[in-house]
Design a protein around this ligand. Sequence first.
Ligand code: ADP
Ligand code: MG
Length: 279
Amino acid sequence: MPVIAVINRKGGSGKSTLSTHLAAWLSQQGRAVMLGDVDRQQSTRAWLKRRAITLPTIVPWALDQKNVLKVPPGVTHVVLDTPGGMHGFELAKVVMSADAVIMPVCHSMFDRESAAACYAELQTLPRVASGRCKLGVVGMRLDARTKAADAMKEWAKTLDVPFLGVLREAQLYVRSLDSGLTMFDLPGNAHAADLLQWDPILEWLSPIMKVPHISRTAAAEPAPVTAPSAQEDGQRVNATRAASLMPAQKGLVPGNLYAFTRPAPSPQVAGAPQFFLRR
Ligand SMILES: Nc1ncnc2c1ncn2[C@@H]1O[C@H](COP(=O)(O)OP(=O)(O)O)[C@@H](O)[C@H]1O
Ligand SMILES: [Mg+2]
């Protein structure tokens, strides 16, 4: 079960934005996706409750009778959103189960300093040091054509961490998340430039997540038609609905497309949430 964790010590760096988008991307590929918060605030759970039931299915953690968060049955892919300030044992526990860690980094000296410290700690963890968990950086709220994007790339080079791409600042990110949506769920072409920015990020992730990615840049040109491999076919649950997740999804309050719904209260978890992720 491939697991992506989105990590950065700095609050407001774009972790929840990245996590929700990655979960939506995987679910659109027909994968049975869990989006789990390793966070007392459970902010992506609130987003899931706003998400229309007609959209590709994403489920949250299941809470068992002992109050432990578990991956619901049927899930094939996991995205973990994490809180700011995570380090030490909590960080090690998340990374122990991750195949990829993505760090969203904004353009300021404070953000880069904090990300560099987080990256240094990540490198000390055996799963990262041995290459079983891959690390990549995404420049958040950056215009790709500016000096800020170049500076961020240079910074990543000095750390020797893969720089996956940049996502520009766009109010559409804020507005779509408010409605339980992501850029991947929006109809029309008005946000085509934003979707193109995801291409290099998803290309990097697709072999790790074992999900084929059709580049939007390449899709503009005619491509030869190839039959999916038996393995790919087997992994594909359904074009848009992960049937195995339907029981788990019923636990969420369905939102309406573009409607604003009041989030239901999150489960009360005392202290850091205890979770259990079997590899
Ligand atoms: N590319 C973007 N363009 C505009 N606003 C963004 C973008 N990415 C994130 N934001 C906004 O920035 C704020 C912080 O992002 P969030 O994903 O919640 O960060 P974190 O989870 O790291 O605290 C949110 O209000 C979010 O909507
Ligand atoms: Mg967050």
